[in-house]
Design a protein around this ligand. Structure first.
Ligand code: BGC
Ligand code: BGC
Length: 611
């Protein structure tokens, strides 16, 4: 070897060694495909029935006989928004339900544990006494990614306390038209903010390592452009809407506005992604091979698996079998078929036997599902897949509530503050509280709380309403409450809490976002009493405020803050300054839609006062 080639060799070696031994960059999660060597022999030993079973997710509510779990080798089960344990929504009932179903997975030949999925969207929101965090629209106003991660961490711990290991969250939608009933599930109308929050939201749920017993598998949704649908492109019971509608934009806009959250979610190692019910230029997302396979899996390098939305595959064709073939061939890996799961299984098997769905596609889907299970430690025979009930002790704990309280106070946006009405004095002689939502934890939490659509009144236990929080914060003041705002005359100050009643998905699409008549009345009555007052608005989106804004001395957009009303008192009484900044621009009138942000909004994106 001459000198030159010797030097070259040294150089190559010097370069190669660090590459060879280099650890993954700090903070980067282990690649899911690195589990493939472990999976290969399992896959090779599986029958077609076992493979298809892994690709199937029924809703527990529709499983009449739990022996289906072992007979069909089911890979997953979900509880949809209102799919509760028969025994009610206590922590114990949920944990028992999980264990009862998971035990059946251990009766299968391969004993592969199933993944149990729920919509833990703002805390473990189906379980009584869980900490309910602000919906994403409020979290967007915090501009605090570290807080987003902390909230997701607490959520993961509460989810794991019930044994459940999969949350259909975070929602990284970028809503462009607040008439959409799912607007509140999005952090922002601004793609950059969604991009910034998606990573921390995934990291918080999945933890530093998916195999950690406190980690929860995350699911970024709804891919792609669920928030871009044209109003009126769908009808819900004869009413125009945009939920599950058609997004009519070119590809550059699609990517610039709607793809951003997925990029950072994938960088953070998100294990699953849920394709949207909606369409892009007339093509349903669950059928879009280009966007599911070419863009998401091949271009962006997503190595986890795709889970279809609830009955979404059914929408692809009148012929269900054909619909299944379209979706699986487009790249769907696991299908959420709440009730028709047996039909799905036999149809998919027939499609494979006929050659319509290639075996390679089945093997790819199952590899992706098993990778995730391996990464979660579920294929480790030494680990029990049953719930760890020692985690119950921190469920709904004061420490967890403290994180909720912090989130609430940082999410509040002060829209107006005249005559120095805020902060309120704890020494006020009398505080007159009013408004239908002043003492209503259900309205405070919004949709996806215990029930799919949420509900007014005492929907859950363990929370603090604004009224209760004010009483706690100002123990020496006389605090009176009348929902309609009457009887306030003579009070030192008034607080009127109004807003939207809970809703979710299509039921929340609206052509009119004006304040409800009873809310206007409560504000008018308070005004008539001559008492200076602040209005606190609970809503899943900006509302049309009309002259209610002028009547109030101060106005706070509180979004859907969840159970920790103390966070509102923290700001009302000046223990913390308001810091929230609007995550959506706030229009003056409905006719500004669909271009609310570009047509001289009442309050622009980023607006928020302090003192
Ligand atoms: C929603 C999803 C949800 C799923 C399961 C669907 O209707 O669109 O966001 O994860 O139901 O509850
Ligand atoms: C379920 C939800 C689901 C919805 C879809 C409801 O019954 O509880 O999870 O999103 O149906 O239509």
């Amino acid at each position: 070897m001459n000198r030159r080639s010797a030097i070259l060799l040294c150089l190559v070696a010097a370069l190669a060694v660090p590459v060879f031994f280099a650890a993954p960059p700090a903070g980067a999660p282990r690649k899911l495909s690195s589990y493939d060597p472990q999976i290969k022999p399992i896959l090779a030993s599986m029958t077609l029935d076992e493979k298809i079973g892994q690709m199937t997710q029924p809703d527990q509510d529709f499983i009449k006989d739990l022996s289906d779990v072992e007979n069909l080798s089911l890979g997953s089960v979900l509880s949809g928004g209102s799919s509760d344990p028969k025994e009610g929504n206590s922590l114990k009932a949920w944990t028992d339900l999980y264990d009862r179903i998971q035990e059946h997975s251990q009766k299968t030949r391969l004993k592969i544990p199933l993944l149990y999925g729920v919509d833990a969207l703002h805390g473990h929101n189906n379980v009584l006494n869980a900490v309910i965090f602000p919906h994403n629209i409020g979290l967007g106003c915090t501009r605090n990614p570290a807080l987003i991660e902390k909230i997701a961490r607490v959520t993961a711990e509460e989810v794991r306390a019930t044994g459940i290991q999969w949350a259909f969250s975070p929602c990284v939608t970028v809503p462009q038209d607040a008439r959409w009933g799912r607007t509140y599930e999005g952090f922002s109308e601004d793609p950059q903010l969604v991009k910034e929050f998606a990573g921390p939201a995934v990291r918080g749920l999945q933890g530093d390592d998916l195999s950690n017993p406190l980690s929860v598998l995350a699911c970024a949704k709804h891919y792609l452009a669920d928030g871009g649908t044209t109003y009126g492109s769908v009808n819900h019971q004869g009413k125009p809407g945009n939920d599950q509608g058609d997004t009519r934009v070119d590809e550059a806009t699609l990517r610039r506005v709607h793809l951003q959250g997925y990029i950072t979610a994938i960088q953070a190692g998100v294990g699953t992604i849920m394709p949207s019910y909606s369409s892009w230029n007339g093509v349903k997302m669950s059928a879009n091979k280009y966007l599911l396979t070419d863009v998401l899996k091949n271009e962006l390098g997503f190595e986890g698996f795709l889970i279809s939305d609830y009955n979404a595959v059914d929408q692809l064709d009148r012929d269900f079998k054909k619909a299944v073939g379209i979706s699986i061939n487009a790249g769907m890996d696991m299908v959420m078929e709440p009730s028709r799961y047996k039909e799905y299984i036999s149809d998919l098997k027939a499609l494979v036997n006929e050659g319509t769905v290639p075996m390679s596609r089945i093997d790819d889907a199952v590899t992706r599902i098993l990778r995730v299970k391996a990464a979660m430690g579920l294929l480790d025979p030494k680990r029990s897949p049953l719930a760890d009930r020692s985690l119950w002790k921190s469920f709904g704990s004061p420490e967890h509530r403290q994180v909720g309280r912090e989130a609430v106070r940082e999410s509040l946006v002060l829209l107006k503050n005249e005559h120095h009405v805020l902060p309120l004095a704890k020494t006020a002689a009398r505080i007159a509280v009013a408004g239908k939502s002043g003492d209503d934890i259900g309205n405070q939490c919004g949709g996806w709380t215990i029930d799919w659509q949420g509900r007014s009144d005492n929907v859950t236990t363990g929370g603090t309403t604004v009224l209760a929080a004010i009483r706690k914060a100002a123990p020496n003041a006389q605090v009176t409450f009348k929902a309609d705002g009457t009887g306030a005359a003579g009070a030192t100050v008034g607080v009127v809490i109004v807003g939207e009643k809970p809703y979710a998905e299509g039921a929340g699409d609206r052509t009119d976002l004006s304040l409800a008549p009873e809310d206007v009345t409560a504000i008018d009555n308070m005004k008539a009493s001559g008492v200076p007052f602040v209005v606190i608005l609970f809503s899943g989106r900006p509302m049309i405020l009309g002259d209610s804004l002028d009547k109030a001395d101060a106005f706070i957009a509180a979004w859907l803050p969840g159970t920790e009303g103390d966070g509102i008192a923290d700001v009302l009484f000046g223990d913390y300054k308001p810091t929230g900044k609007l995550s959506f621009s706030w229009p003056r009138s409905m006719d500004q839609y669909p271009h609310a942000k570009d047509t001289n909004p009442l309050f622009p994106y980023g607006y928020g006062l302090s003192w």
